[in-house]
Design a protein around this ligand. Sequence first.
Ligand SMILES: Cc1cc2nc3c(=O)[nH]c(=O)nc-3n(C[C@H](O)[C@H](O)[C@H](O)COP(=O)(O)OP(=O)(O)OC[C@H]3O[C@@H](n4cnc5c(N)ncnc54)[C@H](O)[C@@H]3O)c2cc1C
Length: 434
Amino acid sequence: MNIPRSSFPRIVIIGGGFAGIALAKKLSKKEVQVVLLDKNNYHTFQPLLYQVSTGGLEPDSIAYPIRKILQDYPNFFFRMAKVQQVLHDEKVLVTNIGKLSYNYLVVAAGSETNFFGNFEIEKNAMAMKSIPQSLNLRSMILENFEQALLTDDLHERDALMNFVIVGGGPTGVELAGALAEIKKGILPKDYPDLDTRRAQINLIQSGDRILKEMSEEASIKAEDFLERLGVQIWKNTRVTGYDGKTVLTKTDLVFEAATLVWAAGVKGASIKGLDMEEVVVPGNRIKVNEFNQLIGYPEIFAIGDIACMHTDELPSGHPMMAQPAIQQGRHLGENLLNLIENKPMQPFIYEDKGSMATIGRNKAVADLKNYRFQGVFAWFVWMFVHLFFLIGFRNRMVVFVNWVYNYIRFDREARLIIRPYRRDYSLFRDRKKT
Ligand SMILES: Cc1cc2nc3c(=O)[nH]c(=O)nc-3n(C[C@H](O)[C@H](O)[C@H](O)COP(=O)(O)OP(=O)(O)OC[C@H]3O[C@@H](n4cnc5c(N)ncnc54)[C@H](O)[C@@H]3O)c2cc1C
């Protein structure tokens, strides 16, 4: 990997997400050699992926080059590499660009979409966990409308304009709201010769309320906002199958839909060599102690989505959100320096700053530490918080300008099919014949 030997201990971080970047920043200018590995050369701001999928933002505005974030830090090395295996006995990582030894290893590889073992859904549904996936979804949504315009079969046209979103968490809610706004404000102008009033947005939730991690007040209000936008919400409904055209559910409800977005869950990213029975907990997360250290592997740590730290208040670990990842990254930075200097490590204490979700223009719900509020003010707070946490001045400016423009013009101009998503439309034609 062409990393020079150093007299400083080498800390290797897998993943340049919220947790990995927060840790690397904390270790900058200290007497350690830091090597950050990521399969991409950019950091992704995942909370705004849904805006890329729906043409509200260009992908570049929510991605940032990892090298630029850390370019002024001495003793810091970045390699674009996919980690394939951890050989913990040898303290070596195997990657697609070679092997690398470490003194301390920090796993900050995040999470991946959880299809709960349903391969049919995995094959046919759209996920929204990365920028390429969001661009696929953007293309697919637009291609479906182009295709709907060409068919004279009403059944096929309705299926092409039917969007089923599985998962009533923030991702599903935000995407449903954005699609509903497109239906209302953009489609009638873009497709005057198509009856876009027939387009449907169906949000399916297995539990009895959406945004179940938030307060009941927030759930009720979000539901009200979505219904006012024309989103159909199906609660207590579990999706069991999707062959690319028909969505099956446990309650015998059936949807004919060309698009199914799976936002129903995530699980810890898989890293070979760290899949020991005593380490992996349900949800494929890595069990850590109060110092984010793997029990039985004192030189290996895990932070962010992939880490599961059981506490009395949080028996299933911290929520898989940006704040725990950032806080764990910063905290581990201090603990690693303590460890190297033979000082005692301090336990991680999570400061819950609350959560928010936006449903659309002037509509958001916020459960902050001491306040709960919904509506326009929540929407402004949501925008401010997201701008604040975006990395890079340019990105903040671009996102801000886009939002102002979209707000004033009721528009989303990034509705471009730059990289067509290949989809076999004959599936729907075959149905017509049978
Ligand atoms: C659509 C969506 C919306 C969200 N909205 C919100 C929100 O509104 N608020 C909120 O707080 N949270 C939100 N989240 C969750 C939040 O983004 C995550 O909790 C957060 O990104 C976790 O940070 P992390 O550093 O653990 O992982 P990530 O940010 O996922 O970073 C992991 C990094 O590891 C890299 N990586 C993975 N495997 C390997 C490998 N084998 N080799 C090399 N590199 C690897 C990846 O490329 C990635 O850069 C959202 C997530 C999604 C998907």
